[in-house]
Design a protein around this ligand. Structure first.
Ligand code: GDD
Length: 330
């Protein structure tokens, strides 16, 4: 019988790639869908099954797990845009933090009726925040810098605690920034690739950005969902850092994106103090050695190629009249 996976956040960038990957591995894939009319559902592969539920509603999660009877649960659902977490700190704590507790409880209650359910938590490099060392590993201490980072840290420790308290197969992937043409338009890589495409096509004349000096370890989302799956196949439940081990500044990202379209970024980019965050994460850089050694995982798309792929995709999307706000990927 096909293995069954339940994914929260299935309509997001990672959820869609993970669904495709698991289907290609022969899984029966279920997505947890909240609300009534989510337009992004139409973007999912046709053979994804849907079940209603909400990370804010404990009963709905128990019902979803009871109905699907999954072998594996991937908890990717979250409020994931860091600046929004200052504006809606309580909601972020509820969805991104307490949502993990509710999902773990649903699994604990349903597994007591037989059968192991393996759990993957989408932890984040934002937990490292004001970093204590570089590169960051599985044992680097956390110092989150946003309500989002704090909520993710809660979910991370809770996942560890359920593993230790109940012997559950529950693991966290500490994923560094991962991008693709399906990235939401508010995140910096996509904001830049869309901005470049608009300028190239004569639809805009400038691009306003915040802190150009922040550094991130940017990889390709399609590679990172493979790591999620591999983590749940390991003989023992363990946490892993997933990243490329390379770091670039936002300025270097901008340069790469404009160069990919044959433009000089300095003519168009405006650094706007109003877009700076109340507390910034200055530098993130992964040490993915453990994932390479134990999972055999390697990133396959270098930074420059990733950015060029996103610029090309947005040039195509906009020249065909597509609306990135409507549906965030072509
Ligand atoms: N979004 C955005 N917009 N970021 C900007 C801008 C801008 O106009 N200008 C500069 N930046 C800087 C931010 O200050 C930040 O330092 C960096 O670009 C990256 O911002 P985002 O792309 O919004 O991502 P993030 O690093 O805050 O968080 C992402 O990665 C995490 C993993 O480390 C999100 O995907 C999180 O959900 C994820 O956990």
């Amino acid at each position: 019988m096909a293995r069954r996976a339940l994914i929260t956040g299935i309509t997001g960038q990672d959820g869609s790639y993970l669904a495709e990957h698991l289907i290609s591995e022969g899984y029966e894939v279920w997505g947890l869908i909240r609300g009534q009319a989510n337009p992004r559902v139409s973007k999912l592969p046709k053979d994804v099954h849907l079940v209603r539920g909400d990370l804010l509603d404990q009963g709905s999660l128990i019902s979803a797990v009871e109905k699907v009877r999954p072998d594996e649960v991937y908890n990717l659902g979250a409020i994931s845009f860091v600046p929004m977490s200052w504006e809606q700190a309580e909601l972020t704590a509820e969805v991104t933090g307490m949502g993990v507790l509710r999902m773990l409880e649903a699994i604990r209650v349903c597994s007591s009726r037989g059968g192991e359910i393996r759990f993957y938590q989408a932890s984040s490099s934002e937990m490292f925040g004001q970093v204590r060392e570089t590169p960051q590993t599985e044992v680097t201490p956390f110092h989150p810098r946003s309500p989002y980072g704090v909520a993710k840290t809660y979910g991370h420790f809770l996942t560890q605690n359920y593993r230790e308290s109940y012997g559950m197969y529950a693991v966290s992937g500490i994923l560094f920034n991962h991008e693709s043409p399906r990235r939401g338009a508010e995140f910096v890589t996509r904001k830049v690739s869309l901005g470049v495409a608009r300028i190239k096509l004569g639809m805009a004349s400038e691009l306003r950005l915040g802190n150009l000096e922040a550094r991130r370890d940017w990889g390709y989302a399609g590679d990172y969902v493979r790591a999620m799956h591999l983590m749940l196949q390991a003989p023992n439940p363990e946490d892993f850092v997933i990243g490329t081990g390379r770091t670039q500044s936002v300025r270097e990202l901008v340069e790469a994106a404009f160069t990919a379209a044959g433009l000089d970024w300095e003519r168009y980019v405006i650094a706007d103090q109003a877009l700076h965050r109340p507390a910034e994460v200055d530098l993130l850089c992964a040490d993915p050695k453990k994932a390479r050694m134990q999972l055999g995982w390697e990133p396959t798309v270098p930074f420059e190629e990733l950015i060029a792929m996103m610029v090309e995709s947005d040039l195509r999307l906009l020249s065909e009249g597509g609306d990135p706000q409507d549906s965030s990927w072509p």
